[in-house]
Design a protein around this ligand. Sequence first.
Ligand SMILES: C=C(O[C@@H]1C=C(C(=O)O)C=C[C@H]1O)C(=O)O
Length: 409
Amino acid sequence: MRVALGSTRPLVAKTTLVGDPGDLVSRLPGSAPYAWIRHGEGLVAWGEAARVTVPPGPGRFEWAHDWLSATFGETDVEDEVRAPGSGPVAFGSFTFDPASPGSVLVVPRAVLVRRDGQAWLTTVGEDLLDPVLPFDDPGRIRYGDGSLTAPEWEHAVARAVRLIRSGRLAKAVLARDLTAVAERPIDVRLLLSRLAQRFPECYTFSCAGLVGATPELLVRRTGETIESLVLAGTAPRGTDASDDLARGAALFASEKDRQEHACAVESVREALTPLCSELKVPEEPELLVLPNVQHLASPVTGRLAAGASVLDVVAAMHPTAAVGGTPTATALEVIRELEGMDRAGYAGPVGWIDARGDGEWGIALRCAQITGTRARLFAGCGIMAGSNPASELAEAQAKLRVMQYALEG
Ligand SMILES: C=C(O[C@@H]1C=C(C(=O)O)C=C[C@H]1O)C(=O)O
């Protein structure tokens, strides 16, 4: 496959070790930043050496795989680091629904990485210096309903509960969107900076205007090893330490949440089993406590049997029952029927991949799509037979607050 890179010469990617870059977000020049940051480490990137819109359809991950092979294959690499994330890297965001347009892959012109006490910079093509300008404040934010008002969404949840009780499916994850309009253009770097500071445990990401801080790692591939963090089952944070513990304990003991979690874990086990020679799935979940909510969490690890890239693993896993439901096909029908919106990149895979096939991909949650002065915020909840529409609405509001905080500070 030939790929038009806007140049007849092959691209040249150069990776060199650099001194401690300090705060990664503060190194981003103004426009179109890319990011994947957790606990201050990770990748930030800017510029576009190559970019493609992935055509929608069931074969989109294979198409993306071919494009990446061709693009990386045509790149001359000088890499003194040779670690995951060195050499040329592509960032990507895939829409939740394979039929929706808008999935993109971008090979940035510059990628700055900090990991395990080392830092390096990869430049692809021309090594232009970009000035780092101060962050812009978006000013006052006005919110509006997305496709459904809060009462309409509660009504959709009640309909999903009826479908589940009728036996059509076991779980469906329903989401809602909220619109936001700012006085001035939204500077994605400011959102990244706030998110990375307030949610260090989460993956703060940015790719093609989709910005958020997700706690859910779909998959990390480091050589043969893969890791995933499955989340499902949510409780609010308490008002003080003992209330917090009590709510965490109640979540842990809740039959409804444990079943909701089990659906998500099973979907991951099913997707990974054919790819792995070894797979470890914990028998019991643990609690993941975040500043706004707490979740049931299952860290899964595995060893890949054959040379699947991180994107091959993403293709096999998406959509897990943490964002789709059980059984998957029925849940997707119900989601299309009841949500009344296109999820776009929300709940889709977002992350990065290098030329070796290593990389990290999250599920795009606690996020917003940013366009100029506008943002579209998303949040959803797993609906089970025992779900209560008002509590699910409160849970969705708590999840939406992540991006409201990012916009308002
Ligand atoms: C769907 C979202 O989150 C997912 C749903 C959860 C739940 O219903 O308990 C928990 C974590 C995520 O897997 C979201 O944040 O929008």
